[in-house]
Design a protein around this ligand. Structure first.
Ligand code: DGY
Length: 306
C-alpha cells in the first residue's frame, strides 16, 4: 500500500465473477490467489491497462495462461517458498494414514478407547516401504529427502529424469513408465502441478494398477487424480488408504470420502504456515516491483507451463 495505489480484498473471500471483472477492467496489476478463477471470459473483459497477474501462490491452474499470453499479460507465481512446508505436510499425511493417527485420535475423542490390547489399532511399518513420487520437482525432492529419514526407498516418475548427482543424493530410482512404477509402490505421493497434461494423470485405469495394500497421498491438486474412481477403489478396499489435502471440486469434499475410515482429509493446508505466507507475499511484491520498474519479473510462469 506504501508503494502503489492498492485495493484490497480485506476479508480474503473468493472473489465472485463480477468482482473479478471489475478488478481486471480497472487495475494495472491483479494479485489473485487459487480461489479466484481467472478464465478466458474474465480476461476478455480486461482493460488495456492490465499488464501483470502476480499470483499469490505457486499453482496457476486457476488462470487461463494461454488467454493471458494472447493479451500480452505477464503472469508470475511464488515458487520455492512453499516447498518445505508442503513436503512436511506430505510426510504428515503418509504417517497419519499408515499409522492410523487420526483414527486413533477420533477413537479417544469419541470415548471409545477401553485400553491397550495386542491387536488394537494396528497400522503398518513405514521403514522399508517403497515410496513412488509422481513429479520430482522442488516439492517432490523435498519429500524424498524427508522420506529417506523414515527408511522409505525412493522411486519417482517425472517427464525429465534428474541429473545423476541429484538421483544419487536422493538415492532415487527413476521410472520412465508411470504405469510400471504404480504397480510396484506401497505409497504414492502426488507432487506434480495440475496442467492440461496432468489432469486425471492417475486415471481409473492407472489406479487399478496399484496394489490393494497401497496408499495414495495428494498435496498437489485434486484434479491430478480421478477422484470418483479413487473413491470407488477405497470403498472396495482395492486401495488401502489415502491422505488428501486437496480435492477435485474444492471446497466441496465428497460425502463418500468423509464416510470412509481409511482416509485422512485436510482442508488444503499444505503450505499454511505463517512463515510461508509471509514469504509468498514478499515474492509477490518482488515480482510487482520488478515489473513496475520496467524489468522482467523473476517468477514468470507463462512460458514454462504452456
Ligand atoms: C499453491 O500455492 O498453489 C498452494 O496450493 C497454496 O497452498
Amino acid at each position: 500500500m506504501e508503494l502503489f495505489d492498492t485495493r484490497l480484498n480485506d476479508d480474503d473471500h473468493p472473489m465472485p465473477r463480477e468482482e473479478l471483472v471489475e478488478a481486471v477492467r480497472t487495475a494495472d496489476i491483479l494479485v489473485p490467489t487459487l480461489t479466484d478463477r481467472i478464465d478466458k471470459g474474465i480476461l476478455a473483459q480486461a482493460g488495456d491497462s492490465l499488464r501483470l497477474i502476480a499470483n499469490f501462490g505457486t499453482g496457476v491452474d486457476h488462470i487461463d495462461l494461454a488467454a493471458a499470453r494472447e493479451r500480452g499479460i505477464t503472469v508470475t507465481n511464488t515458487p520455492g517458498v512453499l516447498t518445505e512446508d508442503t513436503a512436511d505436510m506430505t510426510l504428515a499425511l503418509i504417517l497419519d494414514v499408515i499409522r492410523r493417527v487420526s483414527q486413533g485420535e477420533r477413537l479417544i475423542r469419541n470415548g471409545m478407547w477401553s485400553g491397550w490390547s495386542p491387536t488394537h489399532m494396528l497400522g503398518h511399518r513405514l521403514w522399508g516401504k517403497r515410496l513412488g513420487i509422481v513429479g520430482m520437482g522442488r516439492i517432490g525432492s523435498a519429500v524424498a529427502r524427508r522420506a529417506r529419514g523414515f527408511g522409505l526407498s525412493i522411486h519417482y516418475h517425472n517427464r525429465r529424469r534428474l541429473p545423476d548427482y541429484a538421483e544419487q543424493e536422493l538415492e532415487a530410482t527413476w521410472w520412465e513408465s508411470l504405469d510400471q512404477m504404480l504397480a510396484r509402490m506401497d505409497i504414492v505421493s502426488v507432487n506434480c502441478p495440475h496442467t492440461p497434461a496432468t489432469f486425471h494423470l492417475l486415471s481409473a485405469r492407472r489406479l487399478k494398477l496399484l496394489k490393494p495394500t497401497s496408499v495414495i497421498v495428494n498435496t498437489s491438486r485434486g484434479e491430478v487424480i480421478d477422484e470418483q474412481a479413487m473413491i470407488r477403489m477405497l470403498k472396495a478396499n482395492q486401495i488401502a488408504g489415502a491422505g488428501l489435502d486437496v480435492f477435485e471440486h474444492e471446497p466441496a469434499v465428497s460425502p463418500m470420502l468423509v464416510a470412509l475410515e481409511n482416509v485422512v482429509l485436510l482442508p488444503h493446508m499444505g503450505s499454511a504456515t505463517i512463515e510461508g505466507r509471509i514469504d509468498m507475499g514478499e515474492k509477490v511484491l518482488i515480482n510487482i516491483k520488478t515489473f513496475a520498474d520496467g524489468h522482467k519479473p523473476p517468477d514468470r510462469v507463462i512460458d514454462t507451463l504452456l
